[in-house]
Write a protein that binds this ligand. Structure first.
Ligand SMILES: [Zn+2]
Length: 70
C-alpha cells in the first residue's frame, strides 16, 4: 500500500471529481480526519484519512498554486 504525504495548503488531485466538475481539493486541516475544500465550488468536506487517500491521484504542493479559494 502506497503512503501519500500531504500537508495543509497542498492541493490534491482526485481520481473522482466533485459533482461541480472540479477534481482538485485544497487541504485545510490534517489529522485522523482530513478537511478539504473543493477548488471549484468552495464546499468544504471532512473525510476519513484512509478514505481520502484512496481517492488521491496526485498531490500538488500548495506553494506553486495560485490561491483559488477565499
Ligand atoms: Zn465542488
Amino acid at each position: 500500500m502506497r503512503i501519500i504525504r500531504f500537508s495543509v495548503g497542498d492541493v490534491l488531485k482526485m481520481k473522482k471529481q466533485h459533482p461541480c466538475g472540479a477534481d482538485t481539493m485544497k487541504v485545510l486541516r490534517v489529522g485522523s480526519d482530513i478537511r478539504v475544500v473543493c477548488t471549484g465550488c468552495g464546499r468544504d468536506v471532512t473525510v476519513a484519512r484512509e478514505k481520502l487517500e484512496k481517492n488521491i491521484k496526485s498531490v500538488i504542493p500548495g506553494d506553486v498554486q495560485n490561491p483559488q479559494n477565499t
